[in-house]
Design a binder for this molecule. Structure first.
Ligand code: MTE
Length: 319
């Protein structure tokens, strides 16, 4: 994420952009064969051995769906070393360095608000009886880089329905863990913690909305949002909140982190839309990690099946 210079935060666009360019150049050199690519990992093309991550527990995946138009899947090493997870630092390599401190067991998620069966659910109780699914999705960051990742998890709707939302549940709000000891970077006050996100209930119930618990057939590495995160392929990446501890059904639209911080720059909906630029840069194109040339960004990131959610809405106003 890029933060307005006018904001009193310790990071400027000028600090981030060179990092993006630098990382892309490194990847290009690697792809061009000037650096050694590692052996294929789980059959998805080249990836480096990534130490601890490669030892993460395998998941039992019952079904696999390719949902990225047959595009090349981004190497595991890139997906896990080029992250946004500000609780562990604002540079792209910070989460892979620092998120090792996050303890993902025991872990439970509190679900409450406008529902008939509020409660909490232990991550292991959620996973044990669950037939997990793998989905290969495109992932487009608002900063105009993108990737393709094989997530493992379950439809968000399946999770939400367990708690029997009432007719008053018009929205769903999500919260990340906020623990200063495990997340010392939160002491810097870069964002207003805990990280919060939200969806309209029909968006949350859409079959594409996914609750990820794994990546490349194994449990999620911490830097990618272990033990569970949202994956919303038609929205900018910041909607895909990581390490969720709380879900609340609400009658009113919840406050969400980036919109609260910079409402002119980050809307509540945040659908990928090449026709609506960010106030400070174009959204018409994107750079896929590992590729030298930019490519055109697709409306809803190439998932037109969500368009009916927004019929009649002015997507410039509700951006
Ligand atoms: N969730 C939390 N809790 N904190 C964050 O800083 N960053 C968001 C999103 N979820 C973020 C978060 C942003 S800006 C993006 S682009 C995606 O996570 C990045 O996911 P990835 O690192 O797995 O690619």
């Amino acid at each position: 994420m890029l933060i307005k210079v006018a904001h009193p935060f310790p990071i400027k666009p000028s600090e981030i952009t060179p990092e993006v360019v630098h990382a892309d150049r490194r990847r290009f050199l690697r792809q061009a064969g000037l650096a050694t690519a590692g052996a294929a990992l789980f059959g998805y093309g080249p990836a480096k051995s990534v130490g601890a991550e490669a030892e993460l527990a395998p998941l039992n995946v019952a079904r696999k769906s390719e949902m990225a138009g047959g595009e090349t899947v981004t190497p595991y090493a890139d997906i896990t070393h080029y992250n946004n997870y500000y609780e562990f630092g604002t540079a792209k390599e910070d989460p892979s360095r620092n998120a090792g401190r996050l303890r993902t067991r025991p872990w439970s998620v509190v679900v409450d608000g406008e529902c008939e069966a509020p409660g909490h659910i232990d991550i292991d109780d959620l996973l044990k009886p669950q037939a997990l699914e793998e989905r290969i999705y495109r992932h487009r960051c608002v900063e105009a880089w993108s990737m393709v990742a094989p997530w493992v998890g379950l439809p968000l709707a399946d999770f939400l329905k367990r708690f029997r939302p009432t007719s008053k549940a018009k929205y769903v709000a999500f919260e990340t863990l906020y623990d200063r000891q495990q997340m010392p970077e939160t002491a810097r006050g870069v964002l207003d913690w805990p990280y919060r996100e939200g969806l309209r209930i029909d968006e949350a119930m859409h079959p594409l909305a996914f609750l990820s618990v794994g990546l490349y057939g194994r449990v999620l590495p911490n830097q990618d949002g272990a033990p569970l995160r949202l994956t919303l392929p038609w929205k900018y990446g910041f909607k895909s909140i990581k390490s969720i501890v709380r879900v609340r059904f609400m009658e009113r639209q919840p406050e969400v982190t980036w919109n609260k911080m910079a409402p002119d720059e980050y809307g509540f909906y945040s659908n990928v839309n090449p026709a609506v630029d960010h106030p400070r840069w174009s959204q018409a194109q994107e750079r896929r990690l590992g590729e030298l040339f930019k490519r055109k960004t697709l409306m809803f990131n190439g998932y037109p099946e969500v368009a009916s959610l927004y019929t009649g809405m002015d997507l410039r106003r509700f951006f």
